[in-house]
Design a protein around this ligand. Sequence first.
Ligand code: 13P
Length: 265
Amino acid sequence: MRRPWLAANWKMYKTVPESLAYAQELWHLLSDIKGWDQALDLAIFPNALALWPFAEKWAATAIGIGAQNLDPGTEGALTGGTSGFLLREAGARFVIVGHSERRKYFGETDEIVRTKTEAALEAGLGPIVCVGESQDERRQGETLKVVHRQVRQAIETLEPSHVRRVTIAYEPVWAIGSGLVPTPEEVARVAEAIRADVADLAGSEARDQIRILYGGSVNDQNLLSFLDTPDVDGALIGGAALNAANLAKMARRIMDRDPLMKSGQ
Ligand code: 13P
């Protein structure tokens, strides 16, 4: 069974001390939620500067740690670069690749996203590849076409055994930070199409194992409507996860919805 996953993308927020204080508070709040670490995965994606101190303190716990971006390669004369290898050495286990903000503000193309996905896997990181349509593309009825292209471009050159280690986050660009969300039915349609693409590229085992997250204006009120969608396994949360109490509330919502979760079954 795929475990539900809450992933908190802090974007360019929080200093190192603020990051550590958040983790301390989160840990304290999670300790009141019996069995959460047996039933769901939870990961924080702080600023790269906070990775090392964060991992030093929290890597041995059930709080997962990831980076928000990587540069391809291992090491070398690449001024300003941060490779997957360096991120992993600093404690990251996951990395977000191709977030729409990187596509928009840093010029990341599908080709670059593919290179970064490959580099993440080579470095031993679990990539979370972000895909999603813009408002215009949605209006033109191109959602599935855009997602299909982005998914294929990111993973079509990978070995099936590598594809299984990829997570896909469906984040409609228009839903990010806007308070607007697609209906659970719309999300279900896209997630189903993503699984079909994965099956086509890497086989049915990869289709069944790969995790799909929904992202875009998720909060503790709407979280379960997305998680109850059969093909969706979790959420990639921005603004609402900047507060430790909110993230803990979301973990509690998942634990409370299903009594079996409480016993970790
Ligand atoms: P918001 O939850 O703030 O809409 O951000 C979503 C996001 O971009 C997560 O990667």
